[in-house]
Design a protein around this ligand. Structure first.
Ligand code: NAD
Length: 347
């Protein structure tokens, strides 16, 4: 397969990670341009830097684009790609609102452009193995899931204006990955109840949120997320997926089934010490199910290449991303309105 000629829109925190990933995998992709009107240009190994994204698309005519700009630009830039017939990978959240997401879903469907949403955690080998283990009946019927994402972001993280406004908080920036992962592991979300608080920092955006989730298969879940509390329990700290996070080796997910349980990302399974002897008076034993680690951004880029070259179905389509966004926004809305809600699913 020939490498994809990729351009990146937005060279901030995550755009730089995409750029590094492209440059690390020359057999998969070639960086042909970057567009960012504000960031200071840096060495791109010969690829040109543009300040105007549309000008770049028309001059360079990349074969594929990665959109890594602030959330409110995703819909417009996704539409630019649809108009030009350019496949794109858009960072999460797919868009800033459900209306925008629906608009993009329709445009993608009309244009036939191939797309992917950057929920990179679905490429973690531990997550894939957890899903396989659950689907193979490794813990019996899924009863409950409990997830924590809690770490203290540094004070200077909040010097960027959009991060202290609604939409820039831990629910839409961080916990949306957990909601996507819960959908991946437990199935569709039927209803949510949420609470959000900004008691620790007093910004307009939440610093802490909690949710109760009901899944269509009857499984129930809890989610706590906070960027104001210091803990070892985030998917990033428990795996190696983000070099900015100090490794803790602790699990952030506990998935409970009728025949056993599973911790993630450590991937420790718990089951009856004596086969079929299940009950509170019976010994339960841990088994290490660990699988070799693979950088999920690299695995995502390889999938993007196969999606374009070999017609592989997207791991996370724009519609799928819209449904993760719907469940996440429903948590915020439920907190505001003080009632349980069903996410407004895209069909
Ligand atoms: N997958 C992940 O784990 C992950 C992690 C962090 C952020 N994100 C997502 O990635 C996106 C970017 O987040 P970030 O933390 O990198 O933000 P950031 O603020 O660090 O970077 C955004 C960049 O976009 C640039 N930009 C602004 N307007 C632009 C335009 N019109 N054209 C091109 N570039 C433009 C900005 O100058 C900035 O350099 C957000 O949607 C965010 O939710 C995903």
């Amino acid at each position: 397969m020939t490498p994809l000629r990729i351009a990146v829109l937005g060279a901030g925190l995550v755009g730089r990670r995409h750029i590094e990933t492209i440059r690390a995998l020359p057999q998969v992709a070639q960086l042909v341009a970057v567009a960012d009107p504000h960031a200071a240009p840096f060495d791109l190994g010969g690829a040109p830097w543009f300040t105007d994204a549309q000008q770049m698309l028309d001059r360079i005519r990349p074969e594929a684009v990665i959109i890594a700009t602030p959330n409110n630009l995703h819909v417009t830039q996704g539409l630019w790609c649809c108009e030009r017939g350019i496949p794109f990978l858009v960072e999460k959240p797919v868009t800033a609102s459900l209306e925008e997401a629906e608009h993009l879903v329709q445009a993608v469907s009309r244009s036939g452009v191939k797309t992917l949403v950057g929920h990179h955690r679905r490429y973690l080998t531990a997550a894939q193995e957890a899903r396989r283990h659950i689907r193979d009946g490794g813990i019996g019927a899924l009863v409950a899931a409990s997830v924590i994402w809690a770490t203290r972001k540094p004070d200077d993280y909040f010097n960027v204006g959009w991060r202290i406004q609604p939409g820039g908080g831990p629910l839409l920036i961080n916990a949306i990955h957990e909601i996507d992962m819960l959908r991946y592991l437990c199935g569709e979300v039927r209803s949510v109840s949420g609470l959000a608080s900004h008691a620790m920092r007093n910004f307009a955006v939440e610093d802490t949120a909690a949710a109760l989730l009901e899944f269509e298969n009857g499984c129930l879940g809890t989610l706590v997320c906070s960027d104001a509390g210091f803990s070892p329990w985030t998917m990033e700290q428990g795996s190696l997926e983000n070099p900015k996070f100090a490794f803790s080796g602790q699990s952030a997910y506990r998935l409970v089934g009728t025949r056993g349980s599973l911790e993630l990302p450590v991937l420790r399974g718990w089951s009856a010490a004596i086969p079929d002897a299940i009950g509170w008076d019976q010994l339960i034993a841990a088994t290490d199910l660990s699988v070799p680690y693979r950088d999920p951004f690299e695995a995502q880029l390889e999938h993007f290449q196969r999606l374009i070259r070999l017609d592989e179905p997207p791991v996370v389509s724009v519609r799928d991303g819209a449904n993760t966004l719907a469940a996440t926004l429903a948590i915020l809305q439920s907190g505001r309105e003080g009632r349980r809600l069903s996410p407004q699913r895209s069909s």
